[in-house]
Design a binder for this molecule. Structure first.
Ligand code: AR6
Length: 184
């Protein structure tokens, strides 16, 4: 599917599609703290990428996060059989659960994924709409948080060439485009 719109001198592109098919250095997974897979985009990524992803997730749990990956943080694995090279797994906030600043946690997801990409020398990264499915974060609110966070990050980091925002439906992409806060 083609690009619907670009922002920030085409360093950000918005499209509709299945993120497991994206040809980028890394795709982001909207995971949960167990890193053991799940429904939504998480299920699709593990199915498309094959068992090597879960194997590496288990290693990460054992070595680095025995209690689970905290909300807002991110880790990187292979993408297995998918066209992308890596999967960056992040855990978005559950909307409406507990206290804390949901927007700040969602911003941390985007920031930590981008930071990991930079640390691994990756130049292109595709994001799904983290937290806006099973975790219930309204897309209109998430659009503002993700766009502001991405713009701030790209403004201070020249090494990322493209951030692709991949929505599962045209409706979701439209909601994003109406509510995003990119300055150009
Ligand atoms: N490509 C792109 N976007 C997708 C795809 C796909 N193949 N599949 C779904 N989406 P969700 P969350 C969209 O629920 O809200 C899992 O069980 C979807 O339409 O996948 O962060 C995890 O294990 C929505 O816009 O993630 C966690 O337990 C967006 O991806 C929990 O769900 C995110 O929806 C995480 O919930």
């Amino acid at each position: 599917m083609e690009i619907l719109q670009t922002f920030l001198n085409a360093r950000v592109a918005v499209k509709v599609g299945d993120i497991t098919k994206e040809q980028v250095n890394a795709i982001v997974n909207a995971a949960n703290g167990t890193l053991m897979g799940g429904g939504g985009v998480d299920g699709a990524i593990h199915r498309a990428g094959g068992p090597e992803i879960l194997k590496q997730c288990k290693e990460i749990r054992k070595k680095e996060f025995p209690e689970g990956l905290p909300t807002g943080e991110a880790v990187i694995t292979t993408a297995g059989r998918m066209p992308a090279k890596h999967v960056i797994h992040t855990v978005g906030p559950v909307y409406g659960r507990g206290g804390g600043d949901k927007a700040e946690l969602l911003a941390s997801c985007y920031r930590n994924c981008l930071r990991l990409a930079v640390e691994h020398g990756l130049k292109t990264i595709a994001f799904p709409a983290v937290s806006t499915g099973i975790y219930g974060y309204p897309l209109s609110e998430a659009a503002k948080v993700s766009s502001e966070t991405i713009e701030e990050f790209l403004g201070s980091n020249a090494s990322i060439d493209e951030v692709r925002l991949v929505f599962f439906s045209a409706n979701d992409a439209d909601a994003f485009l109406k509510n995003q806060a990119f300055t150009n």
